[in-house]
Write a protein that binds this ligand. Structure first.
Ligand code: S3P
Length: 262
């Protein structure tokens, strides 16, 4: 504790969002805005932007519609899995995934490793409108009754999308608004003060209303053990907020309280 107290008078260096989060992965059905929101988010955060569908098309040298037609969905899924494994290694990146990525458990595991999965949601009618305006680039919706197919696929995939760490409704949001909402939801509107102590280095995060996101922030690191250290005066004030957020992030933490003035 004493070390932290000594270090606080250092001039805080605003690194905006950097040096703290590894990657943000956008999941969700076709037409929920993963690409447009992802691009806006990456710009706001200064992160790289990656779209798995674009990488698949580059690798195969043809558009997705043609991959489905000439090589079949199974082949597409194999390439998709390989690309997901590669991009999962990236740091400081926003990754927009294809709507079917979450069907594969290994994909979810790879993407979730030091990353946070944000599920973008939209209503079936809005999804249909958006994908139609993009001109039939989704082979899975090239059917007689696309709305029926959207509802069917959404039903099948719902439990898989729900594995994401958090979600956001993009129905009535512009990509920019949705990106901003994600930043706020993840508590990324923080200043990061790096404390350089060699292999014991850590970051101090400072921000308004970020405590209620503590569970999700901790979860990014998939830690095996977590301790919350506070004091007997401060903790009762923030106890409910912290415990609720830890529950949301599925974090089991040991709470260590030290006497006021320590
Ligand atoms: C698919 C979604 C598409 C693309 C492919 C399959 C799916 O990506 O990967 O057509 O299975 O839902 P978008 O979600 O970016 O449209």
């Amino acid at each position: 504790m004493r070390g932290v107290v000594h270090l606080l008078p250092l001039t805080p260096r605003t690194l905006s969002f950097k040096g703290d989060i590894m990657k943000i992965v956008l999941t969700g059905f076709m037409g929920t805005g993963k690409t447009s929101v992802g691009r806006a988010l990456s710009e706001k955060l200064g992160y790289a932007f990656i779209d798995t569908d674009v990488l698949i098309e580059e690798r195969e040298g043809m558009p997705i519609t043609m991959i489905f037609k000439e090589k079949g969905e199974d082949h597409f899924r194999q390439v998709e899995q390989a690309i997901v494994a590669e991009v999962s290694e990236m740091k400081n990146a926003v990754i927009a995934t294809g709507g079917g990525v979450i069907k594969n458990r290994q994909n979810v595991k790879n993407l979730g490793n030091r990353g946070i999965l944000v599920w973008l949601k939209a209503d079936p009618e809005i999804i249909l409108k958006r994908v139609m305006s993009e001109g039939g680039t989704r082979p899975l919706l090239d059917v007689e009754e696309p709305l029926k197919e959207i509802n069917k696929l959404l039903d099948e995939r719902l439990p898989m999308y729900k594995q994401s760490d958090t979600s956001i409704d993009t129905n009535y949001m512009t990509p920019d608004e949705a990106a901003q909402a994600i930043i706020e939801k993840l508590g990324l509107n923080t200043e990061v003060v790096p404390v350089d102590l060699g292999d014991r280095s850590y970051n101090i995060l400072i921000g308004r209303n970020i405590l209620h996101r503590i569970g999700l922030r901790i979860r990014e690191f998939r830690p095996s053990k977590v301790a919350i250290i506070s004091n007997t005066t401060i903790f009762p004030i923030y106890r409910d907020t912290v415990l609720k957020s830890l529950r949301e992030g599925n974090i089991n933490a040991e709470i260590i309280l030290i006497p006021h003035g320590e």
